[in-house]
Design a protein around this ligand. Structure first.
Ligand code: ZN
Length: 312
């Protein structure tokens, strides 16, 4: 279990004060840039709302809090749009279920994460539920693209904006993880804290952490392409391509003056003496195409990637 990220705490306090003074809107929209922790904040808000106590934050002791911890609370429903579109039938079923009497505590909560994934019919079904609010029922939505939501949904929600943390904030937050040094070495890939956490939880830290050094060794001629690609298979080659694309992207941006992560200095120096900026852009595009083709074709992905890297 991770502790709540410190840049989320002021937003949480703001909602807790409204809860305690009984002035909280029945609909909340938690927004912010990708990976800054909207979902974590929303989950904390939901815990507070579900608690049977009248205090600002969840007591952690009551029956509701216990059920939330076990993820078995009957008055709490979630729809997650991260992996696929949220459809109208899902929303209708959930609204029907939540409109029944509370089974345990006082409040009922619907959490819709990555709410931009609602199709238009699903969004209209949510809007209908917001327009006719059932008593003691809360809707908590999260989105990194809140402007793509229906304006009529946005206008009915209390907006909770998560600030983007600084690199130092993220470094400090990562200290709670045993492999924080490896995670901090991935800033060339992303500084989105919750993307880093997701990489760690999927067991991909080592794959990404080793990439700049391996690539550098290959570019210096101290390792063959086949050595570098050893250990890759259909499960992780997409991630490897993501990493390579991120490196090229950073190098292209650096050529126009953007700062470059220290881990990529040597790679940049080598690539820029071999390839023009135009060629770097072409390699970047070829890599993106290769990645999307991996899902469609039966061609051996290692052969395709070997062919690509031979041109670097
Ligand atoms: Zn409680």
């Amino acid at each position: 279990m991770t502790t709540i990220a410190h840049w989320l705490i002021p937003c949480l306090r703001q909602v807790q004060v409204l809860k305690q003074t009984n002035s909280l809107s029945h609909a909340l929209l938690v927004t912010g840039a990708d990976g800054v922790g909207q979902e974590q904040l929303a989950r904390e808000i939901v815990k507070d709302l579900m608690c049977e106590g009248a205090q600002a934050s969840a007591c952690g002791q009551c029956h509701s809090c216990e059920l939330m911890r076990a993820d078995t609370h009957p008055d709490f429903r979630v729809l997650d749009g991260e992996a696929s579109t949220i459809k109208v039938d899902q929303v209708r079923l959930l609204v029907k279920q939540i409109n029944q009497k509370p089974q345990i505590g006082q409040n009922k909560v619907v959490l819709i994460t990555h709410a931009q994934a609602m199709n238009i019919n699903a969004a209209n079904a949510v809007l209908k539920a917001l327009e006719e609010p059932a008593p003691r029922t809360y809707f908590v939505l999260t989105s990194s693209q809140s402007t793509s939501l229906l304006p009529t949904i946005r206008s009915r929600c209390l907006l909770v904006s998560v600030p983007t943390p600084t690199v130092d904030d993220v470094k400090q937050w990562l200290l709670q993880f045993p492999d924080h040094q490896e995670l901090s070495s991935l800033f060339w890939l992303t500084i989105q804290p919750f993307r880093l956490l997701s990489i760690q939880q999927q067991g991909k830290t080592k794959l990404y952490a080793g990439l700049p050094e391996q690539l550098n060794t290959m570019l210096q001629g101290a390792a063959a392409v086949s050595d570098v690609l050893k250990g890759l298979d259909s499960n992780n080659i997409g991630d490897y391509c993501n990493g390579l694309a991120a490196i090229l992207h950073q190098c292209i941006c650096h050529s126009t003056g953007a700062p470059l992560d220290g881990a990529l200095h040597s790679i940049y120096s080598t690539l820029i003496t071999r390839l023009s900026i135009q060629s770097l852009i072409l390699r970047y595009q070829a890599l993106q195409k290769l990645k999307s083709d991996l899902k469609k074709t039966n061609l051996n992905p290692i052969i395709q990637l070997t062919h690509e890297l031979n041109q670097w």
